[in-house]
Design a protein around this ligand. Structure first.
Ligand SMILES: Cc1cc2nc3c(=O)[nH]c(=O)nc-3n(C[C@H](O)[C@H](O)[C@H](O)COP(=O)(O)OP(=O)(O)OC[C@H]3O[C@@H](n4cnc5c(N)ncnc54)[C@H](O)[C@@H]3O)c2cc1C
Length: 363
């Protein structure tokens, strides 16, 4: 395949870009597709992802995307053996008054069921819910080693798509018959259609002016590690009212605690300071309400960022009048669990309605 002129170029080889390239090659097997990545596959937000999928969506569209993605990942695990996706039992802890909202935002197939809070410790969780909280169980939760999954999907895709790693896109020039990409290698790539899947790199000079009107912003995400090996079947606990969760990572030998950090408009290339004292303090304060002995052990973790939209829904939008240039991302800290649906909507927008993707051609 010529890498100078292709039908479709995808910029960014995170979980979104790789899922999009996979969807495009499945819907239009005859098309030439190239993925252009300034670093290596799965080195952006996807490298730091906690990889939790839970059966929840804050809007009807996100719930449809969640349901689609859940089915997609289930089918994918049957198609490609040994993918690093692991089923988990899941419990929700929330104020009892939150029950109506919990039932609204969770998929019906999650089968939300109120349970005795003691069930948590029986299931191997260190969480002790406050006495005024309720506890619910829900089905459909899984977590993935997202970088390993992204690399596995890229490996499977390579016979059908070109990969340019270590190649930075330095300019994006939409035209009436094609989109021109200039790269850091001094080359020019012409594509009939281009998908920008840049994760949190919204302000890259190559596309900042094109993407800015979407109004997406970048927020820091902190997930702390707790150096204590979880039981192999320990459940995930989601603290609904806190927008936080405690995830056992038996494959890595530690727990992960994710809470909502409110630091906006960070630069992904500047987040080199690692975990800061205020990150530790904020996380310990939240986790301390549910699992004080674990809170004291939050001493390290992963710090990065993600793109967030003003609508709380992923953005899949044309950026030029011809519809040759499409933005796909801003999945609001849910880019792993919604990647299959983002890919399906992107392929729809590219006009690739030809073939079924895991039994469905569109959302
Ligand atoms: C700590 C943390 C925990 C998270 N936990 C979860 C979770 O539990 N569940 C969940 O669903 N989501 C989670 N997320 C969010 C999820 O990881 C992201 O939404 C997802 O990885 C975004 O994927 P992406 O492909 O859009 O972006 P990325 O993975 O960032 O990929 C974008 C790629 O574009 C490349 N790129 C940038 N500029 C250029 C250029 N000029 N030329 C070429 N390539 C370029 C980058 O190098 C990068 O590889 C978490 C995120 C973080 C940071």
């Amino acid at each position: 395949m010529s890498l100078q002129s292709v039908d479709i170029a995808v910029v960014g080889a995170g979980i979104a870009g790789v899922a999009i390239a996979r969807e495009v090659t499945r819907r239009d097997p005859g098309s030439s597709v190239v993925v252009v990545e300034r670093d290596a596959v799965a080195t952006g937000a996807s490298r730091r992802s906690a990889g939790l999928h839970f059966p929840r969506g804050t809007t009807p569209r996100v719930r449809r995307m969640t349901s689609y993605s859940q089915d997609y990942y289930r089918a994918l695990r049957q198609q490609i053996p040994r993918l690093p996706i692991h089923d988990r039992d899941m419990y929700l802890v929330a104020a009892r008054e939150s029950e109506a909202r919990l039932r609204e935002v969770h998929l019906p197939e999650a089968g939300l069921t109120a349970v005795d809070p003691l069930e948590l410790s029986v299931a191997g969780s260190p969480v002790v819910p406050p006495t005024d909280s309720g506890v619910w169980s829900a089905a459909g939760c899984q977590y993935a080693d997202v970088p390993a999954l992204t690399r596995a999907l890229a490996r499977e895709l390579r016979p059908d798509a070109g990969f340019l790693e270590g190649v930075r896109v330095t300019a994006v020039i939409p035209g009436t018959s094609a989109v021109t990409l200039r790269t850091g290698t001094g080359d020019t790539l012409t594509a009939g259609q281009v998908v920008l899947a840049p994760g949190p790199w919204l302000r890259d000079p190559a596309w900042h002016a094109l993407v800015e009107p979407l109004g997406a912003r970048v927020k820091k995400i902190v997930a702390l590690h707790i150096e204590q090996p979880p039981e192999p079947d320990a459940p995930v606990v989601v603290f609904h009212d806190e927008d936080a969760f405690l995830l056992p990572l038996p494959h890595a030998g530690h727990w992960l605690f994710s809470y909502t950090c409110r630091e906006w408009d960070v630069d992904p290339d500047e987040l080199r300071a690692g975990v800061l004292p205020r990150d530790l303090a904020e996380a310990r304060e939240v986790l301390g309400r549910y699992a004080p002995e674990l809170a004291a052990r939050c001493v390290s973790g992963r710090v990065f960022c993600d793109a967030y939209s003003s609508t709380k829904e992923p953005q899949i939008r044309p950026l030029d009048p011809e519809g040759r240039l499409v933005f796909a991302g801003a999945a609001n800290g849910s880019g792993y669990r919604l990647a299959p649906a983002v890919a399906a909507e992107t392929a729809d927008l590219l006009g690739l309605l030809g073939g079924p993707a895991n039994g469905r051609s569109t959302l």
